[in-house]
Design a protein around this ligand. Structure first.
Ligand SMILES: C[C@@]1(CC(=O)O)C2=NC(=C\c3[nH]c(c(CCC(=O)O)c3CC(=O)O)Cc3[nH]c(c(CC(=O)O)c3CCC(=O)O)/C=C3\N/C(=C\2)[C@@H](CCC(=O)O)[C@]3(C)CC(=O)O)/[C@H]1CCC(=O)O
Ligand SMILES: NC(=O)c1ccc[n+]([C@@H]2O[C@H](COP(=O)([O-])OP(=O)(O)OC[C@H]3O[C@@H](n4cnc5c(N)ncnc54)[C@H](O)[C@@H]3O)[C@@H](O)[C@H]2O)c1
Length: 217
């Protein structure tokens, strides 16, 4: 199996998590962050899952799993400590549901990567199930390299890209040249050092320079 990596919009999508331990908690945290409509079923759960329930962030059924619990979910995670229950969750799912079985990579129709998040910038690491510890280790190595400044830097590049693409008077080749120049490290450097006004001014100067050059030719 060769996986297909994609970014999924889970806003308001029904997601069922079976189990309420540490693994379920980690998976639930990322589902909630993605705006999913999460329901959890488990006879016991962590304090944080209980807090989420009390804050109205998810629905919680404090009892053992029954097959009907996953009937209307588009995405299902089986993360109990009982392999027989995890298998029963898998068997309760149809081929149209996305299923993750925490202790059975072979049954998963999707697995969860380790993720570096900097606002709209996402870097996902999967080892194809070979060693999740390696994915976690690489995440912390990448986090040291891709610092918090990348959140603002990504927004800056997004804003400039939209601005440049909307300039009807610019020829497509010149738009590409500006976008390439804006990716120069000096703009990252100014974001990192907090020289935001300078960065934005220099970016505008790049755009103005190409507009001028175009008029001359
Ligand atoms: C990345 C991450 C995402 C997340 O879960 O959010 C994730 N596991 C993480 C951590 C982690 N998991 C485990 C350890 C203990 C050390 C060890 O055993 O190695 C640690 C490290 C720790 O906790 O410190 C144990 C473990 N994991 C799986 C099995 C079953 C098996 O392999 O058979 C067992 C043995 C259970 C047992 O012993 O009973 C299976 C899966 N775990 C995956 C994802 C998928 C494959 C990802 C890939 O392609 O690499 C897959 C296939 C299914 C899935 O869960 O989607 C998250 C790091 C998040 C982060 O911090 O960045
Ligand atoms: N995929 C991963 O990332 C990963 C990482 C570590 C462990 N695991 C596997 O995931 C399993 C869960 O790990 P954990 O640390 O969260 O365990 P845990 O013991 O902290 O939690 C297990 C949870 O399962 C619930 N549970 C037990 N029987 C149930 C039932 N019949 N119906 C519903 N819920 C039930 C318990 O109430 C508990 O909340 C482990 O057994 C391990 O094999 C997977």
């Amino acid at each position: 199996m060769r996986p297909y990596a994609m970014m999924v919009n889970l806003e308001n999508k029904r997601c069922a998590v079976v189990g309420g331990g540490q693994v379920a908690e980690r998976k639930i945290a990322s589902l909630l962050a993605a705006g999913a409509a999460v329901s959890v079923v488990s006879p016991s759960c962590t304090a944080l899952i209980r807090e989420w329930e009390q804050a109205g962030k998810l629905t919680l059924r404090l009892r053992p799993f029954v097959p009907d619990d996953v009937a209307d979910a588009v995405l299902v995670i089986a993360a109990t400590s009982d392999p027989a229950v995890n298998l029963a969750v898998y068997e309760a799912c149809g081929p149209q549901q996305w299923i993750n079985v925490a202790d059975r990579p072979d049954l998963c129709s999707f697995t969860v990567p380790s993720v570096v998040e900097r606002g709209d910038l996402t870097v996902a690491i999967s080892t194809g199930g070979n060693n999740p510890g390696l994915a976690k280790k690489m995440r912390s190595q990448l986090e040291a390299w891709i610092g918090p400044e990348y959140e603002d830097y990504t927004l800056f590049l997004g804003k400039m890209r939209r601005r440049v693409l909307a300039l009807d008077e610019l020829r497509p080749a010149n738009k590409r040249a500006i976008l390439a120049e804006l990716l120069d490290d000096r703009f990252l450097h100014w974001t990192r050092s907090g020289e935001i006004e300078r960065r934005d001014r220099e970016a505008e100067a790049v755009v103005a320079g190409w507009l001028e050059r175009q008029e001359e030719t």
